[in-house]
Design a protein around this ligand. Sequence first.
Ligand SMILES: *Cc1c(COP(=O)(O)O)cnc(C)c1O
Length: 460
Amino acid sequence: MAFDRKPWAEPYRIKVVEPLKTTTREHRLAAIRQAGWNTFLLHSDDVYIDLLTDSGTNAMSDGQWSRMMVGDEAYAGSRSFYRLEEVCRKYYGYKYIMPTHQGRGAENLLSKCMIRPGQYVAGNMYFTTTRQHQELAGGTFVDVIIDEANNSFSDYPFKGNIDIEKYERLIGEKGAENIAYITVGAPVNMAGGQPVSMENMRAVSELSHRHGIKVVLDATRNIENAYFIQQREPGYAERSIEEINREFCSYSDAATVSAKKDLYVNIGGLVMCNDGELYDQLRSLVVVYEGMPTYGGLAGRDMEAMAEGLIEAVQDDMIASRVRQVEYFGNLLHEAGIPIVTPIGGHGVFLDAKRFYDHLPQDQFPAQKLAGDLYVESGVRGMERGIVSAGRNKETGDHYYPELELVRLTVPRRVYTQAHFDVAAYYIIEMYKNRHNARGLRMVYEPQFLRFFQARFEEL
Ligand SMILES: *Cc1c(COP(=O)(O)O)cnc(C)c1O
């Protein structure tokens, strides 16, 4: 075999394995019907390759497992908290660090402390739980992402960027005092894992602070974002991931993190800030929802695993292999002509269901159906990121009709090999040949909040 580019390999070897189960097509068809065509409602025992999410599905290292044995389970003042605090200060740079049970725990606390009912919250495309907490706190989310984000085949390198003009217009229209803060997510999960440039982050920070508006980072996937900056942004090729990450954080006032992503753990979250007054408010609220500020709903061993995971996560070779595995999978599909979101994102490959099932109207849930069909044909589990995830407009009650109607195939960190992605790509390419036989769905059960997790469907 000739190589057209220099190969790379994972900076680790495998010490423990978990056997996978295969099932028949007949079994899977019965299972998806039982699950109301919602891949979230499948039993994981019925799944072969699980690309539902990269959240909490990471493989931990031997270093992390060994730290778990020395976790300090004290109710108050745990040694493991102080270690986590030290590592987070070093790599993110914020002054105050508080653990939470997961990312949404952090979002809940921060939204409650920072939003007055009636205020607006700006952001670069919504994230499901983030927006939900902002709305529950009485805020109204306003999307100020650049237009390229909604174009699944634009090759713009930083499709997660904030549109500075849109943001400035919002400040002009609503008044700075009516904007609680701006959330910057990087990369933007819902746009297909698209990064934000350092230059854009600097501009957002400058404009916000000139108007006295706080900048809140959703730093859940910041290390993936740092990798894209290193690869794509002029002036950063020689800078380490560690330095880039810290610089990016330095433009914000506070951050929420789901540690279930970048930090290579199975559970955990963080809320961090520089402002002592905000920290005091967070500290008084955390005991209501999470626990003491020195454990925030986590065990001491979880905090040890997070600290060790963060140290591993900022190593240049570790993050490069993570993103390059996603790229490998995406390129198999792209080169076969399958419509996916490009450039390929940091955490998964997103099938464009509008172009894949171009015969199905959006209110027949093409992405929901494509995720279900992929499961039936291959045992590979992905999830919908389209009209179902977007939910309803709280005023009109109608569906939001998002531009992007996607199936997300997320890559858990350090879990699957290249061969698993060859198999997944093979089935997707086969399905694409027969795509026009697919029928749509109708929704038969709709929960009030975050409906994509539990909604049920039937085939038309
Ligand atoms: C996963 C995620 C969250 C929510 O975190 P949980 O740990 O699932 O509660 C928030 N923001 C982004 C960008 C995420 O990917």
